[in-house]
Structure formats: C-alpha cells, structure tokens
Design a protein around this ligand. Structure first.
Ligand SMILES: O=C(O)CCC(=O)C(=O)O
Ligand SMILES: [Fe+2]
Length: 483
C-alpha cells in the first residue's frame, strides 16, 4: 500500500526483495531545531570557500581533475525514465528513482512513469514533475558547490552512517534517516544537525530562497559496490509533490586515497553544465526536484560512497521536524503494549505500531528486519557488518557468539531463543560501545587539534615578543660594553 508523503522517506520502491515493507515501517520521528549560530557559520563557510554559485550558464570553473563544476542555468529536460527493472517503480531514499540503473539504460527508453499511469489519473501525471510556481523562474535550477561542510564533519557523518545504518530502499544501499538517528543513537544528532543546517543555508543562498525552505527529509546514505540509480527526477510521484529542491552532500572522495570508492558519479541527463559531478568530500550538488533535473547515479564499482541527502520544501507543513512523535522519552500511547512503539503519526494505516527491540539505554531501536541484509548482499545482520567496518575488536567476539548460536543451537528452543537474545543484546552493547569509542576518538582529535593550534599561537606570540626584544637587548648590550 502506498503511504502518504508524511509517512516517511523510504516508502517508495517495490523492490522485489521485499525490503520495501521493512523500510515502510520506519517512523517519522523528528529532531530538535538546529541552532541559529551554526546556520550563520555555515553561510560564512560557504562564502569563505569561494565556491562557484551564481555563475551564468556555460561559465565554468575547473576543479583539480579538470572537471567543470559551475555552469548553472535553466534547462528544459523531458523526463525520460528507463523502463523499471523487475517492474519496480521507484528507488532512492525519497521514492524517486525511475528505475534501477543499468549500464545501458541511461537516457533511453520511454517515460516509465507515464507508461505506468498513476492513481491520480492524467491531471496528476501532468502535474508531477512541473516546477513549483516559486521555482519556475529561478535564474538557475542547479548548483554544484565545494566546501559546504568541512572534511572533519564529513568524517563524523561517515562514522555515524557506518555505526547505525539500516538496510536501504534498494540493493546495496544503506541508510540512516534523521529519524533513525533520533530513535537509535541520539548522541549522533549534533553532527547531523550541523551538516543539515550548512546544506540548507548553502541551498538557500545558491537559489536565492533565504528563509523560504524547510527540510523535508534528511538522511545519510551509504552506496556500496554495485549500487546505482537510474534516470529520474526527485518529485516524480504525486505524493512527493512537497519535495521542491534536492541536495546531495558528498562525504567521501571518489578516487585513489585509502577509503575512497570507485564509480558513483552523479550525472544530469541534459541541460546546463556540469552534466557530471564527481563526488568529493564536502561537495554538494543541489537542484530543483522537478523534471528539469533528470539525473542518475552511476554504478559504484568498489568501496563505499557516502552521502547526506536532503529534500527541501517550500511548504512549512512538510518539515521533517514536525513529525516527532514525542522523541525517545515519550510514553507509549494509551493502549500501547510494551515493546510497541507509538504511532508515527500523520498517516492513516500506521496506528498498529511497529515492534521494537528491547531497550538497553539505546533508544527504542528499530525493527530487526531493518538490519537484515538480502541474500544478494551476502545475507546476515547489518550490525555485524557495521562492526567490521568500524574495525572494532568486539567484532571477533560478537561474530564468534553469533556463530556459536548458529552452529550449536541448544536442544531446548527456549534456550536457543534466549541465547540469540543474549547475542543480540551483546551486539547492541558492542555497537553502543563503538559509537562511544568513535565519538570519543573524534572528540579527542578535535581537542588535540585545538591544543596544537593554541600552542602554535603561543609560540608565534612568544617569537614576536622575542623578535621585538632583540633590538633592545642588543642596544643594552652595546651600552654595557661601551659603558
Ligand atoms: O547520491 C547522489 O548523488 C544522488 C542520489 C539521488 O539522485 C537521489 O537520492 O535521488
Ligand atoms: Fe535523485
């Protein structure tokens, strides 16, 4: 069943592996409003980075790879979606991909959406993809900016993604929406809120929409080897109509350095340059979500491509922050049974609640199914994979436990269940420890950097004093020797 636009960001695909139903269980939680000073800092950061916004169409600025990264302007692109693979309609965290990308599918084929027809009939179809009136006459409909957030913050977000992501809305994609963060690891919210504020500020400046936008969706997305997204625009369904602008912030580099990934270029199908955006740390591509910006993501060939993906709306009612069902401290709704989360609110058909994991002081958690990798992705529990990626010693121990339970089930089913629950508890505890370790490590690095900076400052000051004093000492010396 189609969920309403309020129901969540991951309600889209009819992926044949059935994970759509898991994803659709996600609740719309919310976040605290981000502090204003950070927004200001972000705007300053954008200005300081000297990045190319507002360049006329055709004007370009070459980056280190010699690739154009400016070029903004209006364009008219007909939505030409490739036929959906396996009959699936959309992909992407926002229910927007027209098809699973295939090497041969870029830019070809009939409009799959139009061909499918929608519940709303011809009028709705005609409206889908049309720009919002406020955005119809923008001087530009896309922007690529560098330095939108500093690399350290990107690293923190990569860490958060690796620590808490659930299986994604399409194969080889993992995600952690802001609601997942609130529910499972609220201590990781601050970096996410900082980055969200910076991207919002950058988009508002780039499109001349200061204070007009609200964030409709924000989520960390991990694109593993094999992930891709076919040609689509981001508001290609009636229920996505409140998504007016899109922004993708790249959190790690494509290329050679360790930890980098291969492939995964973002491409616009047509229109103003640049048509290809190579992911770099802190680089953001932003564009109107309508059919003027048909785009795709090329297949990730190796490694893990990490993004912070956001949609913005001109309609304040669409704000993701408005969908907080009470936060992790909320009491269950009247009549709710233990272990059953209160209704996410907003949309019909969601009142039955979703079974949560037991609490270990980790927030209410998310359903186990959201961590179940499909057979095509190797199967198993994504939480184990995460621990591996985080490089924690706990991994060996946890894996060992899991293996024990799997290989030597106790005779009594209840004992097996208890053992499994104990392993899960241990995993969660290890996971919790991993967050804390990672966060503490980053905090230490930051503090050390701060101390180093101060020391440098002190040394520089002392040197200045010494330099200033030298002539006096010399003068004194000559006085003494002559006297
Ligand atoms: O990750 C990207 O570069 C773009 C993703 C995208 O198009 C989407 O999520 O709709
Ligand atoms: Fe997209």
């Amino acid at each position: 069943m189609r969920e309403s636009p309020r129901a969540g960001p991951t309600t889209d695909s009819n992926d044949d592996d059935g994970r759509d139903s898991q994803a659709s269980k996600r609740r719309r939680l919310g976040t605290a409003a981000e502090p204003a000073p950070e927004t200001t800092a972000a705007v300053e950061g954008v200005a300081a980075a000297g990045i190319c916004i507002g360049a006329p169409a055709g004007a370009q600025d070459a980056d280190a790879n010699g690739k154009a990264r400016a070029g903004l302007g209006e364009l008219e692109v007909e939505a030409r979606a490739a036929p959906a693979e396996g009959g699936s309609e959309l992909g992407g965290p926002g229910a927007h991909a027209a098809s699973e990308a295939r090497e041969d599918s870029y830019g070809a084929g009939p409009d799959a959406e139009a061909a499918e027809g929608g519940p709303g009939g011809a009028d709705v179809e005609a409206a889908v993809g049309r720009p919002h009136p406020r955005l119809a006459r923008l001087p530009r409909v896309r922007a690529v900016l560098d330095g939108v957030v500093p690399p350290e913050l990107c690293a923190e977000l990569v860490f958060a993604l690796q620590a808490i992501s659930t299986v994604g809305y399409r194969p080889h994609v993992r995600s952690a929406t802001i609601h997942d963060v609130v529910a499972t690891a609220p201590w990781l919210l601050p970096p996410l809120l900082r980055a969200r504020a910076a991207v919002l500020a950058a988009v508002e400046v780039a499109f001349g929409l200061a204070l007009e936008l609200c964030v409709e969706f924000s989520g960390l997305i991990g694109w593993d080897e094999g992930a891709s997204l076919g040609w689509h625009h981001d508001a290609n369904r009636e229920y996505l109509a409140s998504r007016h602008l899109s922004a993708v912030l790249y959190l790690n580099n494509q290329g050679d350095p360790p930890g980098a990934f291969g492939g995964g270029d973002f491409r616009f199908q047509d229109g103003a340059e640049p048509l290809r955006v190579t992911p770099r740390v802190g680089r953001m591509v932003a564009y109107t979500a309508d059919a003027r910006n048909v785009h795709c993501v090329e297949r990730v060939m190796r490694g893990e491509r990490c993004t912070l993906t956001l949609w913005f709306s001109l309609d304040p009612a669409a704000a993701e922050d408005g969908k907080v069902p009470g936060g992790r401290t909320a009491a269950p709704e009247a009549g709710g049974s233990p272990g059953v989360a209160p209704d996410a609110g907003g949309s019909p058909g969601r009142s039955q609640g979703v079974r949560r994991q037991p609490r270990f002081g980790l927030g209410r958690g998310l359903p186990d199914t959201m961590y179940q990798l499909s057979p095509g992705e190797g199967g198993g529990d994504l939480r184990l994979e995460r621990l591996r990626r985080l490089g924690l010693y706990a991994l060996g121990w946890a894996e060992h436990c899991a293996l024990q339970v799997e290989l030597k089930p106790c005779r009594h089913p209840a004992s097996t269940a208890a053992a499994t629950a104990a392993v899960q508890e241990a995993l969660l505890a290890a996971q919790f420890a991993s967050y804390r370790l990672g966060v503490a490590r980053l905090a230490c690095i930051r503090q050390l950097e701060g101390v180093l900076g101060e020391l440098r400052g002190l040394v520089a000051e002392s040197m200045q004093e010494v330099r200033a004093a030298v002539p006096r000492w010399l003068a004194l010396g000559s006085l003494l020797s002559t006297g």
